[in-house]
Design a protein around this ligand. Structure first.
Ligand SMILES: [Zn+2]
Length: 303
């Protein structure tokens, strides 16, 4: 069995904060953390991070860390963790004025995964998924009463039946069927022209990751597969997916397309993948921030 020792870092991975779960349950500690002089806030404007732009000297853009005084009292605010001794929070900008007040630029959250330093992009992913979840879960799914933020942002509690609700993560398998030096890539109708990528789909209740990989390949391309090998995973905060990348050994080359899901599938060789990753192929491969790129690169580099 091949073990990958050197899986490249994909977008939104590489976080370095201590998420400090024990502090989330300690209201007095949280009040003290918020009051510290070195406490800072990542501000999200419509779920996109506020950043300081890059410069001509080649410095990349970075999170524009806001002071407590920059963040309105009633802004939705969550604790994201400790950067060494310094507490880090994230807040939803309640209005456009806030952003213009304290400067900075709003960066598209997808672009943040490619442009920000990895530890900062990871904070954006964490904050974006959780804040989005709060904004869509103001009412209890059990009894319909209003819910309130709890555990520093890692739960909501119902004001009626007291049920606790937790932020969800939605697992998605993304995979390459492989056989005899070929891998299967496909084009969804929404993809740009000439763009091909790994096939993907949500894991359904009551199935393992391996079963989800095999089912998706069968449904979308009519491929039957045997052994499934896990490679790596990536948080994908749109709104809260976890991409789980794997290889699956195909039992044949014949394909049967699900034309609602895919416009085209193609078996490609390692040389073709290397050329596409280098921007020199006759098709466009996913960018390095996407785990589909990691899948293709690791497969093409595999001896
Ligand atoms: Zn309730």
């Amino acid at each position: 069995m091949t073990i990958f020792h050197d899986v490249p870092v994909t977008g939104f991975t590489g976080g370095r904060l201590d998420r400090a779960d024990e502090l989330r349950r300690d209201p007095a500690a949280l009040i003290a953390l918020r009051a510290r002089a070195d406490a800072r806030w990542l501000v999200l404007d419509k779920l996109n991070p506020v950043v300081r732009p890059g410069n001509k000297e080649g410095d990349p853009p970075g999170i524009l860390w806001a002071y407590r005084s920059d963040v309105p009292h009633d802004a939705l605010s969550i604790f994201v963790g400790m950067d060494g001794e310094a507490p880090r929070f994230a807040a939803a900008a309640p209005s456009d004025e806030l952003v213009s007040d304290f400067g900075g630029q709003v960066l598209d959250a997808r672009a943040a995964g490619a442009l920000l330093p990895a530890p900062e992009a990871a904070i954006v992913a964490q904050a974006r998924s959780i804040i989005d979840w709060h904004q869509r879960h103001g009412f209890c799914a059990v009894c319909g009463a209003p819910t309130q933020l709890a555990k520093a942002g890692y739960a909501r509690q119902c004001s009626g039946c007291k049920a606790e609700h937790f932020p969800r993560v939605d697992p998605v398998v993304i995979m390459l069927a492989v056989k005899d030096g070929h891998a299967l890539v496909g084009r969804q109708p929404r993809f740009p022209r000439r763009f091909l990528s790994a096939l993907a789909g949500f894991v359904e209740p009551g199935e393992s990751l391996e079963e989800a990989v095999r089912r998706e390949l069968w449904e979308e391309a009519g491929i039957t597969t045997s052994r499934v090998r896990y490679l790596a995973s990536q948080p994908w905060p749109f709104p809260s997916s976890l991409m789980i990348a794997a290889f699956a050994e195909a039992q044949g080359f014949d394909v049967r397309l699900d034309e609602e899901e895919l416009e085209e599938v193609r078996w490609v060789t390692k040389d073709e993948v290397r050329a596409a990753l280098a921007g020199a192929g006759d098709w466009l491969a996913p960018p390095p921030m996407a785990i589909a790129h990691t899948l293709l690169k690791c497969w093409a580099d595999e001896p």
